[in-house]
Design a protein around this ligand. Structure first.
Ligand code: CAO
Length: 449
C-alpha cells in the first residue's frame, strides 16, 4: 500500500490569495523530504512549500500565477513509505523590515491511502528535537538584504550550490530581480561558452560581477544607450587596462620658446587653412624620443617573449568625437614638417568628428598622444593603446614661476603624462624618455620643424 499525501498551503499568517511564482517540480519527479515544491510570493515576502516526505510527485494542483491561501492543495505526492504524521516544513522568508515575520507553524498534510481517503486531523506540533519539519529557511526578501545577498529561493540557492555557481554573479530575471533556475542555467551556459579574456600571459580574470542597483529607487533616472563606438572602444580600453601593467610618468616641459615660435607661425598656418596647436610640436618631439628610445616604438609579439621593433613612425592621435573616442593615425611623421603635420591633424580630426574614418585610418600606430590641453587639467593617466607599449597624455600649459637659480621667471609649463607598459619599459627608461621629450620641446630651434 502506498500513501498519497496532499500538500497544502500551510498557515502563512495574515496573507491570502498569494501568487504562485515558481513551480519547482514536475509530475513524475522524485522528491526528497523537505524539497521545495512551489514558491509563493506576497507583496511583503516569499516562501516555499516543501514536501514533508520523500516520494514521487503524482499531481500538481496549482499552476504559475494561481493565487492560493492557507489550506489550498498544492500537490499530491506518493510517499516512498508509510507516512508518519509530520509537519510540512513551510519555509517562510524574511518579510520587509516593516512587516511582521511570517513564522507560524504550517498546516499538516492530508494523507490519502490509495483506494481510500483518510483525512488526518490537523497536527501543529511545537518544534522539538524529534520534529521532522525543517526550521524556517530565510530567503532574501524583496527588501534590501542587509547582507547584500542575492535574491533567490532556498531551492535555487541549493541548486546553485550543487553546481558551484556563485549567485552574486547571476542576474535575476524574475520580478524584483529574483533569481530563478533559468537564470542559473543561463549563467552556466554563458560561462561555458565565454572565450577567456585575451589577456597577455594567459591571465583570465575571475572578478565578482558589478553590483546590480535599481537606481530609480533613489530618484528619477533615464536610460541612454552607449554609442557603437563607445561599446567597441570600451571593451578594448578595458582589455588594455586590465591586461597591461600601466605606470604613468609625469613630467613637464618649459614651452615658453616653443609657444613664441608657434604664435609667430600661426598666421601662416591659418592662411593655409588649419590651426597650429602645441600638438604638432609634441608629435615632432615624440618621433625624436622614439628614435632615441626604440623600445617605446615596439610591440610584444604573440608569444610575449619578443619585442617587435618598428622602423617607421606612425603616431595615433586620440580624438574626442560626439560618438566617442577614436584614434586615427598620422603616418610617417618623421618625414613631415610641422605645417604638413598640422594640415593632416586638422583633416583627420575633422574626418573623425564626421564619423568618416575607415579602419585603415586607425591602423598601424606606433605610439599615441592623447591631448586634453585644449580643455584643461594638470595630469591624467592615459590608457595604452595595445599593441603599442606607451602613450603620451598632455594637459593644459600654464604660466608658472620657475626658479632660474637667481629669481623666479614666468615660464609656460606643459604637463606631460607618459603611461608605459612596465613589462617592456623600465621606470628609469620612462623617466629618460619623458625628460628627453621635455628637453626637445624646450629646444625649438633644434626640433627640425
Ligand atoms: N595647453 C594649452 N592650450 C592648448 C593645449 C595645451 N596643451 N593644447 C591645445 N591648446 C589650445 C589650442 O592651441 C587651441 O587654442 P586656440 O583655439 O586659441 O587656437 C585650443 O586649445 C583648442 O585646441 P584643439 O583641441 O582644437 O586642438 P589640438 O590640436 O590641441 O587637439 C584634438 C586636437 C583632435 C586632439 C583635440 O581636439 C581632441 O579631440 N582632444 C581630446 C582627446 C581626448 O579625448 N583624449 C582623451 C582620451 S583618453 O580618455
Amino acid at each position: 500500500m502506498t500513501d498519497q499525501v496532499v500538500i497544502r498551503v500551510p498557515d502563512i499568517g495574515d496573507f491570502s490569495e498569494i501568487p504562485v511564482i515558481e513551480i519547482l517540480v514536475a509530475v513524475g519527479d522524485s522528491v526528497e523530504a523537505e524539497q521545495s515544491l512551489v514558491t509563493l510570493e506576497s507583496d511583503k515576502a516569499t516562501m516555499e512549500v516543501p514536501a514533508p516526505v520523500a516520494g514521487v510527485v503524482r499531481e500538481l494542483r496549482v499552476a504559475l500565477d494561481d493565487k492560493v491561501s492557507e489550506g489550498d492543495a498544492v500537490a499530491v505526492i506518493e510517499a516512498d513509505g508509510l507516512v508518519e504524521p509530520v509537519t510540512p516544513a513551510a519555509q517562510p522568508v524574511q518579510p520587509e523590515p516593516s512587516s511582521p515575520a511570517v513564522t507560524k507553524p504550517p498546516a499538516s498534510p492530508e494523507r490519502v491511502v490509495t483506494g481510500q481517503t483518510e483525512k488526518k486531523p490537523a497536527t501543529i506540533p511545537a518544534p522539538s528535537a524529534g520534529d521532522r519539519s525543517s526550521p524556517p529557511v530565510p530567503m532574501d526578501s524583496k527588501a534590501t538584504s542587509p547582507s547584500g545577498a542575492p535574491y533567490a529561493s532556498p531551492a535555487i540557492r541549493r541548486y546553485a550550490r550543487e553546481l558551484g555557481v556563485d549567485l552574486a554573479r547571476v542576474t535575476g530575471s524574475a520580478r524584483g530581480g529574483r533569481i530563478i533556475r533559468e537564470d542559473v542555467n543561463r549563467y552556466i551556459k554563458s560561462v561555458l561558452s565565454a572565450t577567456p579574456a585575451p589577456a597577455a600571459g594567459g591571465l583570465v580574470f575571475d572578478l565578482p560581477a558589478a553590483p546590480k542597483v535599481n537606481f530609480s529607487r533613489y530618484g528619477d533616472t533615464e536610460q541612454q544607450p552607449l554609442s557603437r563606438i563607445q561599446k567597441i572602444s570600451g571593451s578594448y580600453l578595458h582589455r588594455n587596462w586590465v591586461s597591461i601593467p600601466h605606470v604613468t610618468q609625469n613630467d613637464q616641459a618649459d614651452i615658453t620658446d616653443m609657444e613664441a615660435y608657434r604664435k609667430a607661425n600661426s598666421e601662416r598656418a591659418r592662411e593655409l587653412g588649419f590651426k597650429l596647436t602645441p600638438l604638432v610640436f609634441l608629435i615632432k618631439a615624440s618621433v625624436a624620443a622614439l628614435k632615441k628610445y626604440p623600445t617605446f616604438n615596439a610591440s610584444l609579439d604573440q608569444s610575449g617573449d619578443n619585442l617587435v621593433l618598428k622602423k617607421y613612425f606612425h603616431i595615433g592621435i586620440a580624438v574626442d568625437t560626439p560618438q566617442g573616442l577614436v584614434v586615427p593615425v598620422i603616418r610617417d611623421c618623421d618625414q613631415k614638417d610641422i605645417l604638413q603635420l598640422a594640415g593632416e591633424l586638422g583633416e583627420i580630426s575633422q574626418k573623425a568628428r564626421d564619423g568618416k574614418l575607415t579602419p585603415t585610418d586607425m591602423q598601424g600606430g606606433c605610439f599615441s598622444i592623447s591631448s586634453l590641453g585644449g580643455i584643461g587639467g594638470t595630469s591624467f593617466t592615459p590608457i595604452i593603446n595595445a599593441p603599442e607599449v606607451a602613450i603620451l597624455g598632455v594637459s593644459r600649459s600654464k604660466l608658472s614661476p620657475i626658479w632660474d637659480g637667481e629669481s623666479f621667471q614666468p615660464r609656460m609649463m606643459l604637463p606631460l603624462s607618459l603611461s608605459y607598459d612596465h613589462r617592456v619599459i623600465d621606470g628609469a627608461n620612462a623617466a629618460r624618455f619623458a625628460r628627453f621629450l621635455a628637453l626637445r620641446l624646450e629646444d625649438v630651434q633644434g626640433m627640425n620643424l
